[in-house]
Design a binder for this molecule. Structure first.
Ligand code: FES
Length: 116
């Protein structure tokens, strides 16, 4: 099933919002961002430890809104593609979540009841 996570114009550049879906029988936390006009979504999980990037406050960008950052250790990820360019997970990428966008909203696939 599809979960609507945003309206098409919801986020401005450098903004983010969290959501939760069910994948392979488990809840997975994700986040949606807009960067240079484009929407991206990733699982909210650092690639070096299975902890969230934010402190449950939807703060994913660094202060310049150029990179996504692990708030605990400072690892930096590229917003477009999720590649870690600095930190213990350098060279690995966040797990992307496919988006479907049309004039009625931005949707992600979930196997069960999701939430935003
Ligand atoms: S958990 Fe990986 S850099 Fe923070």
């Amino acid at each position: 099933m599809k979960l609507k996570i945003a309206d098409p114009g919801d986020l401005e550049d450098g903004q983010a919002k969290s959501f939760r879906i069910v994948l392979k029988g488990r809840y997975v936390n994700g986040f949606l961002i807009r960067f240079q006009g484009t929407l991206f979504a990733y699982q909210n999980k650092c690639r070096h430890l299975p902890i969230s990037l934010d402190y449950d406050d939807a703060r994913f960008f660094d202060s310049e809104k150029r990179y996504l950052v692990c708030q605990t250790h400072g690892a930096l990820y590229e917003p477009e593609g999720g590649l870690c360019i600095d930190g213990p997970c350098r060279g690995e990428s966040l797990y992307a979540i496919a988006l479907e966008t049309n004039e009625s909203g931005v949707y992600v696939e979930t196997e069960g009841e999701g939430e935003i």
